[in-house]
Design a protein around this ligand. Structure first.
Ligand SMILES: C[S@@+](CC[C@H](N)C(=O)[O-])C[C@H]1O[C@@H](n2cnc3c(N)ncnc32)[C@H](O)[C@@H]1O
Length: 226
């Protein structure tokens, strides 16, 4: 998905490019390799440490997408792979993305999943509707918040997470997805064990032979500044 996002944003040599909620820099590193002049921003110092260790030549900065410390239109391209969707104030986030972007915006967002919603609800893990990250996977939401500033093109795609069993997929998310890890850690140990078991059971619904293949729908949004 990092490759997909960078390719679809058509990097050009020397272009200022901001990757927001960059994590350990998966998109930033690919955009820089394609010639862009990349800055990565993330709210989590630990993620930035990982990014800097992988790519010391890239400018990785601590920052909040809801309040970016950059001048208006300072980046030709703004990208985010399952990143800014986790910031709670969606309107402020959208305003900031539109403000700092001069030309192209590209991001991926998980679509709402009734199955996951049921699962999270059982453990009181869901967030209020308006601030929920999966809201960014709804075309109406994207259009409402970004449609005035950008001419938008939305594509729906499917990602399949595959492993030997549900326990392996639980480990994958706990290791590589800070929002998932934080959600699980917000539970007391006993409830966390129950949540883990319920998550594994959800994955096992997608067993085919000796593998589980859990499908997850997402939106790839591309915008051109009006
Ligand atoms: C699922 S990770 C995705 C990381 C990266 N974009 C990638 O594709 O590997 C979500 C990232 O969003 C960051 N994040 C969450 N809220 C943020 C905010 N308000 N401002 C900046 N980064 C934020 C987290 O620290 C985390 O690194």
């Amino acid at each position: 998905m990092h490759d997909q996002l960078v390719t679809r944003l058509e990097p050009r040599s020397g272009e200022p490019w901001l990757d927001v909620a960059t994590g350990t820099g998966g998109v930033a590193i690919r955009a820089a390799a394609a010639g862009a002049d990349v800055t990565g921003v993330d709210i989590a110092p630990g993620m930035l440490e990982g990014a800097r260790a992988k790519a010391p030549q890239i400018d990785f900065k601590l920052g909040d997408v809801q309040e970016l410390r950059f001048d208006d239109e300072s980046f030709d391209v703004v990208s985010s792979c399952f990143g800014f969707i986790f910031a709670p104030d969606h309107a402020a986030t959208a305003r900031e993305l539109a403000r700092v972007c001069r030309d192209r915006l590209g991001f991926t967002a998980w679509e709402p999943s009734p199955e996951l919603r049921d699962l999270y609800d059982r453990f009181d893990l869901d967030q209020p509707e308006g601030r929920h990250p999966f809201q960014w996977g709804r075309p109406e939401h994207i259009d409402e918040l970004l449609g005035e500033a950008f001419d938008l093109q939305l594509e729906h795609d499917l990602w399949v997470l595959e492993g030997a069993d549900g326990a392996e997929l639980w480990e994958f998310w706990s290791r590589s997805a800070p929002p998932f890890k934080a959600m699980a850690e917000s539970l007391d140990p006993e409830k966390r064990d129950l949540f883990r078991a319920a998550y594994i059971e959800y994955c096992e619904r997608y067993r085919a032979g000796d593998r589980v293949r859990v499908p997850r729908r997402y939106v790839l949004a591309l915008g051109r500044k009006r």
